[in-house]
Design a protein around this ligand. Structure first.
Ligand SMILES: [Zn+2]
Length: 199
């Protein structure tokens, strides 16, 4: 009888721990870069960054929801949302993290690869975790995790990162990003995996 009592007590502890783990899972604020008149990238780009940032963001939303996360999108369509509004959306969430999705551009066509940014020190581990997965999934150059004071990283009061998922200005990388929905899904899945490894 005593043994059963111990087992029940143990079971209760396990249930409580798993319940609190589920409770602690943060809301993920997904920020698709640019939108509307702001195409992103550099003028004359063949591929508009705003389109692919939104596409990967939507895929990320779907993936995270299927994993049980609550998500909030800073934009859902091709319209412009000022940066301070994006930060306000993020800062109004309790127990949340902020993930901004972008694609890169460069005047040098050869530039390629993935880079991930963070600003506050407490965002560094999330940046590393997501970066590792995205580099692996993209199969491209590792341009490292960098600390940089981008507006949305500086003005969010929650852990915040910005992922540049590849260069649209690179011939082969750009073609893969724009031409392959499977590739964009892999990028979204990788960001989700990185988030889950940390939260
Ligand atoms: Zn961008």
């Amino acid at each position: 009888m005593k043994k059963i009592g111990h087992l029940l007590a143990l079971l209760a502890v396990v249930l409580c721990l798993s319940a609190s783990a589920a409770w602690a899972r943060p809301t993920v604020v997904i920020d698709a870069g640019h939108g509307g008149h702001d195409r992103g990238g550099v003028p004359g780009d063949r591929y508009a960054e705003k389109i692919y940032a939104l596409d990967v963001s939507r895929r990320l939303e779907g993936r995270l929801r299927s994993m049980g996360y609550r998500t909030v999108m800073t934009r859902r369509g091709d319209y412009f949302v000022p940066l301070n509004d994006r930060c306000s959306i993020a800062n109004s969430q309790r127990n949340a993290i902020f993930v901004s999705v972008h694609f890169n551009s460069a005047p040098r066509e050869g530039a390629n690869g993935v880079e991930t940014y963070y600003y506050s020190r407490r965002s560094g581990s999330l940046a590393s975790a997501v970066h590792r997965q995205v580099v692996r999934a993209a199969g491209t150059e590792d341009r490292r995790v960098r600390s940089r004071g981008f507006y949305v990283l500086r003005n969010t009061r929650i852990p915040a990162i910005l992922v540049e998922c590849g260069f649209l200005t690179n011939r082969s990388e750009g073609r893969r990003i724009a031409g392959s929905a499977a590739h964009r899904q892999r990028l979204a899945d990788a960001i989700a995996l990185g988030i889950r490894s940390r939260y």
